[in-house]
Design a protein around this ligand. Sequence first.
Ligand code: F6R
Length: 604
Amino acid sequence: MCGIVGYVGFRNATDVLLDGLRRLEYRGYDSAGIAVRTPEGLKVVKRSGKLSSLAEAVGKTPLQGALGIGHTRWATHGAPTDPNAHPHTTEDGRIALIHNGIFENYLELKEALQARGHRFRSETDTEVLAHLLEETYRGDLLEALREALKAVRGAYAVVVAHEDHEEIVAARTVSPLVVGLGEGENFLASDVPALLPYTRRVIFLHDGDVVRLTREGVEITDLEGRPVQREAVEVDWTLEAAEKGGFPHYMLKEIYEQPWVLENTLGGRLREEEGTVELGLALDPREVDRVHVIACGTAGYAGLYGKYLLETLARLPTEWDVASEYRYRDPVVDSRTLALAISQSGETIDTLEGLREAKRKGARSLGVINAKGSTLTREVEDVLYIHAGPEIGVASTKAYTAMLAAMALLAVWFGRARGALAPEEAQRLLREMRRLPRLVEEVLEKRPLVAHVAEKYHQAQDFLFLGRHVQAPTAYEGALKLKEISYIHAEAYPAGEMKHGPIALIDEHLPVVVLATKGPLYEKTLSNIQEVRARGGKVIAIATEGDEEIPRLAQDVIYVPEVHPLLAPIVSVVPLQLLAYEIAVLLGRDVDQPRNLAKSVTVE
Ligand code: F6R
């Protein structure tokens, strides 16, 4: 994900920026750049590729100055080229800015700015802010930023410098931004590791905060200009702890990153007004008659969710298989079959071989992938990136929810193109998708309750997970998370299948996690809960906020916010991730590197 560093003080800004960006390299990026306020004005150097290319370019023309901003970019809008790298500048080059996140309404802003005579030099969403600043700047940089931000919608951490001012100004909404406090110098960064060599006194900015940084001080206001007080805290983190964002494990950090990951996956792609999505795919949806999902493990369950959505919303026949089965079962494929390969790493050998098998038989191909530059990205015709950022915890969490969101995008895309999805229904779904980052944030607040449930059941020998329709994959994923990191045996079934066998397992020692959110099959799921209760089983229900029926039936209820039933898996899986995490911690397991597992499975 993108990294941000800002500096104002007395040191050589170039050194501080390059050093800070290096400390953020672990987040992943594909281009980098800096802007430094020199005696000759603002100077920008930016390069695609690694920081070494940037450092080499800077080495040729060293920039003298004690104020600057630096950025590592993980491409979303536009390829990782030199022009698309940050910083972006106003046309006169006097203001430079860097940005993490996505301006969702950038296309309409860009068109309006172009109509007013602005000329764009990149394909990024970020550049619109440079042009807006050109219009709003009248001598006060902070004021100009506040005014320009009124026009943009979306997630952002932005940092701006002007050649006439010995200050940097910044703002954040959703994307993180931290101020580092020094003596006669101050810093900004997207993450604490960039600050650690210089200071441990930091202010974590909140959503809606706007900040002015000078050598002497820091002034924080809200978007209306009203002063805001934020407490400075002393971080005692090691570098490793800082890379985990202060969380004890990468997995927990990644669970908490899900709101802005969803913003990244969805933000720039939803067109609610038109009832469409903008995926930038070259593939023609009308050339596809059926889909074969090819994936493994967690990515496989995301694909199974995709099958439900593609069939429900797009009436597109979809087959689903784990890749290791698909590749050996001699699937029936023709030139109107789309092989949909889903993978976080893009290196999973079974998925790659499944894809190759489908292609050999004449299939078209599309990848839903996280890791840029991975083998899979090179072997598919087209890629829909999920933009989840690097996932380090072996147990996949944020990549899963991002894959679910990508599946929803694809289903709407196909549904609209095939005429199977009415514009009004698409609009309703897209509006609901827009709410998802906030809803997941609400679910994360339930962690203390989930921890309580974990405490109650962590000694259990087995767990059963049940769910119907789109919540069946959620049940599978919940069970997988639990077994992977706690080593407790967990099984998952479609709830209606329970009576055909697994019901024999139920007794007072078996916790049964039931996905019982509101939807067309809610009543049927309640009957399944009754069946479990009648046999003494302990029910942990994931239910929709406001459901008063459920507490009468289940021992424990974890509520999730109401959302369109087809999107409920995206909010419902979060408590299951937390449950697995809390149980694993209570049992003293190695959460980030569970035994026998690897992050990327490149053997058959
Ligand atoms: C589970 C998990 C694995 C992966 C699977 C596929 O937490 O991480 O089940 O989902 O190995 O990996 P990718 O998505 O990299 O193809």
